[in-house]
Structure formats: structure tokens, C-alpha cells
Design a protein around this ligand. Structure first.
Ligand code: MSP
Length: 707
């Protein structure tokens, strides 16, 4: 039996934040749980190192693309070690890099196979054509009209809605993958239970494919993108970065390279369970299976797309918005187990999760310090105090049964059934990758054991010699529940599980105990327990929040916080100065990575003149199905005329009379022959970027300034 789990390979143009760490934590937890069950497991993570985006980051930093990748990888190496995710700590088995020579060979082999393949409809899977379109380097994909915002200046390129960076016009000879021929085959694949999870994501993918697929450009001319894998037998072309990147999942285990195959074993580990954020589900659930079909390679075991971490106000965490959670800060103030627990507990299956340091502190204090930590320390302390530090017997003789019941001690059968049931539920939810629900099951054990102690009051029982059996029974049940919790929680909280297990006096390696084999009553009576040490110290919320804010890492808590510069690496940080090949001591973050994105100070913001306006008229524009022509009173002599790309979502009649927010000092521009004298503000919602106009709950006069 074997199992293979992967995270995405992360772009080597910028340093990771909590979002990247999260997928690693999920995959690491899955890998640990499989290994614990005796299944031979291979866990892959790594970096995606080719493409124009990395070339550009390298140029900005005066590095070669490979140096840029090495720099980012050196951060990852330190970060994964600091968070206990590397091989030495029982984490990943390979840190995959697409610049590995064996990857070049494997990716080329896949390409060659695709180049020879016929589609399910009998056509050539690959053909040469000509492509012209707007390309986003940061997304590494071409953008359709609804995925970009038109430029404010005539002649300027449009802007990517995801990255808010300018798009490149690309027109060149290109190899095309005949994706359009794969729709039926893909739809059939989605019928496989568990192929795409969760269900809502699977439905999204299905309807996307059912809506028809366009052929996919899978190469760029070498003269436009040279940093990549050359197309086999046609070195004027470079492989499309997603073809290159996706193939890492098979090249890592030996596809197309005998040496790597001997070292890992393609047949042993493939197919993989892929884990990724929903942002890149389409690449994994549509393109990748189609490439594999063409290459004659078996499909993945499954594709699991988790939600995204958003900041406390619900905005996606991204470098562009400057609201990412910095890993150095996280590492400095929180234990790894607390971070792991929080991430897995807080992100509900299939949904986005809100990350705030305050939530993290609250959960650490309540679920870990007060619940689990307290159950463990009070149980073990009482065993020291009342039972000379040895696990007491849990059996209750017939004579004491009534007294025990009166004291609120659980019947052994009832307790063991309860724990057993929670274990089965936990494992089932875990298999479904529904970690949050699985952890709730574990906390039901914590709550039940805790209640039993509070009801039975061992400190009172200890005063009465006749209650000895009852006292022992309470403590045995609590200690045995703890033993089960250690085994079950190990994949989520490796250090805490090991520590409690040790304190219980157990000498086995908890990472190797199969939870499916747990039997109630196996905790040896008479076993000497170890010294009780606090596990999860309570965090002083006010003090820690203050410190975090001062660290300048509180951007996500307080979007208005000014951050003039990126934080410098400091002692104890995940990456110290030595990690920077330039020795600058600068912690290379967003400024290093994302073009044109810098934090602004208040004077920059003040340059934007935002005004309250009232829509006076609104009408459609002939032959422009996305644009509305509106006139808006912003307290000036004459209403402004504004063109807004909202026609697909708003009826013009319904807009008249509405209060909106207008950017009043934008240079006028011409669109479809009309002058637009400003811009209205709207939220961009969902993947399709549906506009939702910003408005006011209270009455405000036209022309009032927003600041
Ligand atoms: N290089 C591609 C992936 C190629 S895989 C063959 C890529 N890289 S990335 O650096 O942008 O990483 C994206 C992934 O990072 C997401 O799919 C997710 O796993 C993780 N996350 C990045 N930001 C995230 C959040 N805000 N929340 C949760 N996960 C996030 O795409």
C-alpha cells in the first residue's frame, strides 16, 4: 500500500506567506496520518521556477533567474525547517524544483508523448497555430475580456483583475493543445466519486467544461520567454509554464528519468492526491487530466481544492493588497502546533477561512490552553497527587458501582463506545479531508472527559477512603481518553501529541501507532507517569497584539496600518540576514516580488479625490454589451459623464437616484467614442469579478469627500 500527496509547487518569484504554508500544513497532516497507519507515503512540495514572471523578478533584483529561484528556495528551506515540515522533521519527501535536470527530461518525455497522441476524437492532440491575446505574467495565463480591466489611458494595456498589473499583448506562433476535443472525456472523469473535492468545486469544474473548451496555447517563442524548458525538437519554443509545472508531479517520482524512478518509483506512488487552493483548480482539474490523457498516463487519485485565507475583513490574502500574514511573525509568537491546529480547525471544508491574529490567540487560549492542555495537566497532576504518579485501575467493583454512578463517573462501556465512535468519525472525516469537523469530534472527547472530572470532583473523592475506586476510575478514564487523543491528534499536532504521550509514561513512538488499532483499556495500569509540563501557555492577548502590531506584521488586522518599508530580518526570524545572497539584511517580500506594488502613505492616498455622487441618468451604449453611460451629480455645476463596465449586472433604470462613490480626479479618457470623466467604485466579487457598486447606508450630500 502506498500513498502520494502533493502541494502546488510555488512560484519562485516571491517569498511565501500563510496561504502557501497552509497547503503544506494540510499535505503534511495527510502524509503523517497515512504514515501513522503504516502506509508508505510520499509527500511532495516545491517551487515552480520558470517563466517570464521569474525572469522579471530576477531582473528587478539584479539576479539571474536561477539565482532568483535559489534565493527563494533558500527561504523555503529555512521556513520549512522552522515549521517542522522538512524531511528531517518527518515532513516532505521531496522539495521539487522545476530546474532539476531530471524534471527537464520528464517534462520533455510527456511533451513528446502528447505530440504523438490523438485526441478522443481522432485529431492530433498538438498542433502549431498562431496566438494573439492579453497575457498576464503573474497569472502566467492569457486573459479574456472579463478577466481584465480596460486601461484608463488610450493606447495603454489593460490590467489584470487578479494582480492589478499591466497585461502584455502577445501575438506569436505557438503550439496548441487540442483541449476542445477532451470535454466529453473530462466530464466522464468527473463522474468518478472523489475525483474533484469538495462537491461544490466539482460542480464548478463540470459546468466550466460543459460550457465548451477552447484549445490551449502551450508554448511561447523562445525570444519572448527563454527561461523555461525548450520544446523537444523545436528549440525556438519554450514550454508553457503550466505544462512544465504540472508535469512535476510525475517527473518527481521518476516519469521520464530512470535514475529518479529508481530513487523514488513512479509505479509505486502514482497516482497522487493533489491538494491546492481553489485559485488553481482549473489547471489541475481540466488541463492536467487532459495532458495526462494525451500522454497515456493514469489520472490522479484525486484533486482537493481548499478555500482561501482571507483577512479579517474578508479580502483575499495577497501580496498585491499587502494583507498577507508574515511567516516570521507567526513563527515568533505562536507554537507550530497552535498554528497547525488553528489552520485546520478554522478553515471549514470547502469554504474560505478568515485569518486574524486575534482569532488565533482566542483559539489557542480556549481550545488548546483551556480545553486540551487543562484536561491533560489536571488529569496528570491528580494522578501524581492521589495515585503516587501511577496509572490507577479503572475497574469498579459491584459494591462501588452505585457510588461511582452517583459521583457522575461514566460507565466504562459507555465511555469506550463514545470514544470509539468519535475515533471512527474522525478517521472518516479525515479521509474526506474535512479536518475541521474531524477536530470537532476530538474536542467532543475532551469535553466529555473534562465534564466527568468536573462532575465527579476527584479532589472531594480523595478525602473519603471509601471512594477510592471511584476516584481511580475517573482518573483512569481521563488518562485513557488522553492516550487516544494523542494518537489521533498526532498528524495535526505532532509535538503536543508526543509530549502528552510521554507525560502519560508511554515510551512508544506515537507517530507509528495506527489509530485504527486503538483498544480501550490498553493504557497499562500501574505505569509510572512522567513530570507534568505545561503544553500550551496562555497567550496574553493585549500584549501580544501590541507586539505584533509593532512588528509591522499586523497589516491583515488593521488594513489602515501604514507600512513604509518591508520588515527586516531579525534574530529568531525564519530567515536571517545570511539567507540573502546580497547580504542586504532585507527580508525580501512583496516589494521584491510584485511589480508596481508598494505600500502608500497617507499623502499618496490623499491624491485620490473620492466623491459622493448621485446617478442622474443611465443608459446602455449601442454595440457595447458591458458598458453603461451614466451621468453623476458630484456637487459640481454639471453632472459628470462616466462609462462603467457594469451593464451585465445592473439595469440602467435601477441605478438612477443611487448614491455612489466616484474617483473624481482621474484623467478623462475616451471609450467607444464617449468621454469618461471619472470612475465609479465597485467591489469585484467572485472569480468572474462581478461588480457590486459601493454605496452608503446613511444619507450623504452629493460631492462630499471620502477620506
Ligand atoms: N506555481 C503555481 C502552481 C503550480 S502547481 C503545478 C502557483 N503558485 S503560487 O505560488 O501562486 O501558489 C498558489 C497556491 O498557494 C494556492 O493554490 C494555495 O495552495 C496557496 N495559497 C496562496 N495563497 C493562499 C491563500 N490566501 N489561502 C490559501 N492558500 C493560498 O499557483
Amino acid at each position: 500500500m502506498s500513498y502520494y500527496v502533493t502541494t502546488p509547487i510555488y512560484y519562485a518569484n516571491s517569498l511565501p506567506h500563510l496561504g502557501h504554508l497552509y497547503t503544506m500544513l494540510v499535505a503534511d497532516t495527510i502524509a503523517r496520518s497515512k504514515r501513522q497507519q503504516g502506509i508508505e507515503t510520499f509527500f511532495l512540495t516545491g517551487t515552480d521556477e520558470h517563466g517570464i514572471n521569474i525572469e522579471r523578478a530576477a531582473q528587478r533584483n539584479n539576479r539571474s533567474p536561477k539565482e532568483q529561484a535559489d534565493y527563494v528556495v533558500s527561504y523555503y528551506t529555512k521556513m520549512t525547517a522552522a515549521f517542522g515540515l522538512d524531511t528531517a522533521h518527518g515532513g516532505y519527501d521531496i522539495f521539487m524544483r522545476t530546474t532539476n535536470a531530471f524534471h527537464y527530461e520528464g517534462a520533455s518525455e510527456l511533451w513528446r508523448r502528447v505530440a504523438k497522441a490523438k485526441t478522443p476524437k481522432g485529431n492530433d492532440a498538438l498542433y502549431k497555430g498562431h496566438y494573439e491575446g492579453w497575457f498576464c505574467a503573474a497569472c502566467a495565463s492569457y486573459k479574456t475580456e472579463d478577466e481584465y480591466a480596460a486601461a484608463s489611458e488610450p493606447g495603454e494595456p489593460p490590467t489584470c483583475l487578479v494582480h492589478e498589473t499591466k497585461l502584455d499583448r502577445v501575438s506569436e506562433e505557438s503550439y496548441f493543445f487540442r483541449l476542445s476535443d477532451y470535454a466529453e472525456a473530462l466530464l466522464e472523469l468527473y463522474e468518478r466519486p472523489d475525483f474533484v473535492r469538495p462537491e461544490a468545486r466539482r460542480n464548478e469544474v463540470k459546468s466550466f467544461v460543459a460550457g465548451g473548451l477552447q484549445d490551449l496555447s502551450v508554448s511561447r517563442l523562445k525570444k519572448s520567454v527563454s527561461w523555461g524548458i525548450p520544446v523537444p525538437d523545436d528549440p525556438n519554443h519554450t514550454m508553457y509554464v503550466w505544462f512544465d509545472a504540472l508535469s512535476n508531479y510525475i517527473t518527481a517520482i521518476g516519469f521520464g528519468n530512470e535514475q529518479q524512478n529508481r530513487a523514488v518509483g513512479f509505479d509505486k506512488f502514482w497516482p497522487a492526491q493533489h491538494v491546492m487552493g481553489k485559485d488553481i483548480l482549473r489547471f489541475h482539474a481540466v488541463y492536467w487530466p487532459a495532458f495526462l490523457m494525451a500522454g497515456g498516463v493514469e489520472q490522479p487519485r484525486g484533486i482537493y481544492a481548499h478555500g482561501m485565507w482571507v483577512d479579517p475583513s474578508g479580502r483575499k490574502m495577497s501580496k498585491t493588497l499587502g494583507n498577507t500574514v508574515e511567516l516570521d511573525v507567526l513563527h515568533k509568537y505562536f507554537s507550530i502546533d497552535a498554528i497547525r491546529y488553528f489552520c485546520l480547525r478554522e478553515m471549514v471544508f470547502g469554504q474560505d477561512g478568515r485569518f486574524g491574529y486575534e482569532n488565533l490567540i482566542d483559539r489557542t487560549n480556549s481550545d488548546l490552553a483551556s480545553d486540551l492542555g487543562n484536561l491533560s495537566s489536571r488529569t496528570l497532576t491528580m494522578i501524581h497527587r492521589y495515585c503516587e504518579g501511577r496509572i490507577p485501575a479503572g475497574t469498579i467493583s459491584d459494591e462501588s458501582r452505585l457510588a461511582a454512578k452517583r459521583a457522575g463517573v461514566e460507565d466504562e462501556m459507555a465511555m469506550s463506545h463514545f470514544v470509539l465512535h468519535a475515533r471512527d468519525e474522525f478517521l472518516r472525516e479525515f479521509d474526506e479531508l474535512a479536518f475541521s469537523r474531524a477536530l470537532e469530534d476530538m474536542w467532543s472527547i475532551v469535553a466529555r472527559a473534562d465534564k466527568m472530572i468536573s462532575d465527579a470532583k476527584p479532589w472531594d473523592l480523595a478525602k473519603d477512603a471509601k471512594q477510592r475506586e471511584t476516584l481511580n476510575a475517573v482518573l483512569y478514564r481521563a488518562a485513557e481518553s488522553l492516550r487516544w487523543l494523542c494518537v489521533l491528534l498526532y498528524p495535526v499536532m505532532p509535538s503536543a501529541a508526543r509530549e502528552i504521550y510521554k507525560q502519560l509514561g508511554m515510551d512508544k513512538d506515537v507517530s507509528k501507532i495506527d489509530p485504527r488499532g486503538l483498544t480501550w483499556g490498553d493504557l497499562p495500569v500501574g505505569q509510572t507517569i512522567a513530570e507534568v509540563k505545561p503544553l500550551f501557555p496562555r497567550i496574553d492577548k493585549a500584549k501580544t497584539m501590541e507586539q505584533i502590531k509593532q512588528e509591522a506584521g499586523a497589516g491583515s488586522q488593521e488594513p489602515e496600518t501604514e507600512r513604509g518599508s518591508t520588515p527586516t530580518a531579525k534574530e529568531g526570524a525564519v530567515v536571517g540576514d545570511s539567507a540573502s545572497p546580497q547580504g542586504s539584511g532585507q527580508h525580501a517580500t512583496e516589494a521584491d516580488a510584485v511589480p508596481g506594488v508598494t505600500r502608500i502613505d497617507i499623502t499618496d492616498f490623499a491624491k485620490v479625490d473620492l466623491r459622493v455622487g448621485e446617478v442622474k441618468t443611465a443608459e446602455r451604449i449601442p454595440k457595447a454589451d458591458k458598458l453603461l453611460l451614466i451621468t453623476v451629480d458630484i456637487g459640481e455645476e454639471k453632472p459628470r459623464q462616466i462609462l462603467a463596465g457594469i451593464a451585465q449586472y445592473y439595469e440602467p433604470e435601477k441605478l438612477v437616484g443611487r448614491k455612489i462613490v466616484v474617483v473624481a480626479n482621474l484623467k478623462p479618457r475616451k471609450l467607444r467614442g464617449y468621454e469618461s470623466q471619472g470612475m465609479l467604485l465597485a467591489a469585484s466579487v467572485g472569480e468572474e469579478g462581478k461588480p457590486v457598486i459601493a454605496t452608503f447606508a446613511e444619507d450623504v450630500p452629493n460631492g462630499a469627500r471620502l477620506k
